[in-house]
Design a protein around this ligand. Structure first.
Ligand code: NAD
Length: 507
């Protein structure tokens, strides 16, 4: 069934062009066929307004400020969020400090672990509701929030629950202790998952928390506060304040924060580091990326195509480790471009709540403007743009899946993080050239290597300057596996023993 609320994003290929080359063997329905809508209908239980979560209770901001939160999928208002200023942040830190001194620091690890297990199980119980809330609020396809974000967030709580009473084994030969109160700020691309990455290890290690979610995606953080209440987490152990950059700066700079953890852009991360220099606060920074996904001519190409598509179009490309620079060996470059264009034609862009949607809404109008601007620069600088022939909803923020060929290292689209569904393709001839091009970036978060040769995988992995290197796969995450970068992608790790150690003092 076709809907009348759509507009073409780009002209569709003619039937003749669709039947050329390898595409003739594929089922591309184009205009001939449309799926019926398959919306997820579970009630996300979003309140009409949310207060700040301080000392175990929701309360309005002291000065009464609030701001609306809209759904990027249809631009409808979802709720109002309290706007925390420095006095609210101060109240949150007082509550966290009191909870640490009086309750949390006195609990043995196995008791802390019980709370984490409870949170994980309650999150699983309410998984469907959380998935709908996440997709409505952030724009990601329901199949991703349902099958990835929510289960992986629960897995982080389970994993760290297991660690809570085993901290003596965290750093063999050394004793560890919590920092006390930690301040955390997170971005909008994986709102619930980033929250779990921050909260679970900090609590397992014995810290109390003041955390600020991103201003466009705070709903699942506040819903998780309901879970904390249900789990009986002592008041003040986790405090959630909502607001934008100013609120975030107050969270990062508060004198009671012994350690701060930030995930977001490199630009803001640098500003925070400058402002905190000399304060003695411990820091971890999880910042931007511009990953190279490198495909050699001996790679299983069909599998690589799936990895490339997932690497750049997962979560609309709003992924710090997105494989946004594809480096293809020259001998297979034309073949790879044909295969990618073909595969892109079957990606469905649209309503985030539709179970058939592969690519949902861009998170905000500002982000859509930034993506559009960078894509224009790619065209102006001489790269060749291909946009998939899809129809975009007329309301909401959408961008068609895009790939650029004929990209050179100097193009902005090869250097800057686009944080959208846009792939830049470059070529190489030798492994040495691939390594040089892959490392020619200010970032160092992640990379991918596709080849049939195990020895080449090991060589590439040791020479690529990236915190995570995936081989013959991409975007694989596990709570036991540390994630993080170096160079301008930041420092510190999240996940695994290393991530937990970042929330502990070594005695
Ligand atoms: P952003 O830096 O604009 O904002 C991130 C968070 O910081 C938000 O909550 C924001 O309100 C807050 N903030 C803004 N100004 C602040 C200030 N001066 N002081 C303190 N807090 C402030 O980033 P974004 O646009 O929300 O997120 C996208 C960026 O995050 C991308 O660069 C992406 O690569 C990065 N990211 C990195 C990782 C990682 O693990 N390395 C994971 C996810 C996202």
């Amino acid at each position: 069934m076709k809907t009348s609320t759509t507009k073409p994003a780009a002209s569709r290929p003619s039937r003749a062009s669709r039947s050329r080359g390898p595409s003739a063997r594929e089922l591309i329905f184009g205009d001939l066929w449309e799926f019926d809508p398959a919306p997820e209908t579970a009630d996300p239980h979003i309140r009409s307004s949310y207060g700040l979560f301080i000392n175990g209770k929701f309360s309005p901001a002291r000065k009464g400020g609030s701001f609306p939160s809209i759904s990027p999928g249809n631009e409808k208002k979802l709720t109002y969020l309290a706007l925390a200023d420095a006095t609210d942040v101060d109240a949150a830190y007082s509550a966290a400090s009191k909870a640490y001194e009086k309750v949390w620091s006195k609990l043995p690890g196995n008791e802390r672990g019980k709370f984490l297990y409870r949170i994980a199980r309650l999150l699983q119980d309410r998984a469907r509701e959380f998935a709908v809330a996440e997709s409505l609020d952030g724009g990601k396809p329901i199949k991703e929030s349902r099958d990835f974000d929510v289960p992986t967030a629960a897995a982080h709580f389970f994993y760290h629950a297991g660690w809570a009473d085993k901290l003596d084994h965290l750093a063999p030969g050394r004793q560890v202790a919590p920092y006390g109160v930690v301040g955390q700020v997170i971005p909008w691309n994986f709102p619930l998952l980033m929250l779990a990455w921050k909260i679970a290890p900090a609590l397992a290690a014995g810290n109390c928390i003041v955390i600020k979610p991103a201003e466009t995606t705070s709903i699942t953080a506040l819903k998780l506060c309901e879970v904390f209440q249900e789990a009986g987490l002592p008041p003040g152990v986790v405090n959630v304040v909502t607001g934008a950059g100013e609120t975030g700066a107050a969270v990062m700079s508060h004198p009671l924060a012994s350690k701060v953890a930030f995930t977001g852009s490199t630009e803001v991360g640098k500003a925070i580091m400058r402002s905190l220099a000399g304060t003695g606060k411990k820091m971890t920074m999880e910042l931007g990326g511009k990953a190279a996904n490198i495909v050699f001519e001996d790679a299983p190409l069909g599998q690589a195509v799936e990895g490339i598509i997932n690497g750049i179009f997962f979560n609309q490309g709003h992924v710090c480790c997105a494989g946004s620079r594809l480096l293809v060996q020259e001998s297979i470059a034309d073949d790879m471009l044909t295969r990618l264009k073909l595969r892109m034609q079957s990606l469905r862009v649209g309503d985030p709540l539709d179970k058939n949607t592969d690519i949902g809404a861009i998170n905000s109008k500002e982000q859509l403007t930034r993506i559009s601007e960078l894509v224009k620069s790619g065209v102006a600088e001489g790269a060749e743009l291909y946009q998939t022939p899809c129809r975009l909803p007329s309301k909401g923020f959408y961008f068609p899946p895009s790939i650029f060929s004929k990209v050179t290292q100097s193009h902005r689209i090869a250097r800057e993080e686009i944080f959208g569904p846009v792939l830049s393709i470059l070529t190489f001839r030798t492994p040495e050239e691939a390594i040089e091009k892959a490392n020619n970036t200010a970032y160092g978060l992640s990379a991918g290597v596709w080849t049939d040769k195990g020895s080449r995988i090991l060589k590439m992995a040791s020479q690529l300057k990236a915190g995570v290197v995936w081989a013959n796969t991409y975007n694989k995450f596990d709570p036991s596996s540390p994630f993080g970068g170096y160079k301008e992608s930041g420092f510190g790790r999240e996940g695994g023993r290393q991530g937990l150690l970042d929330y502990c003092k070594l005695l």
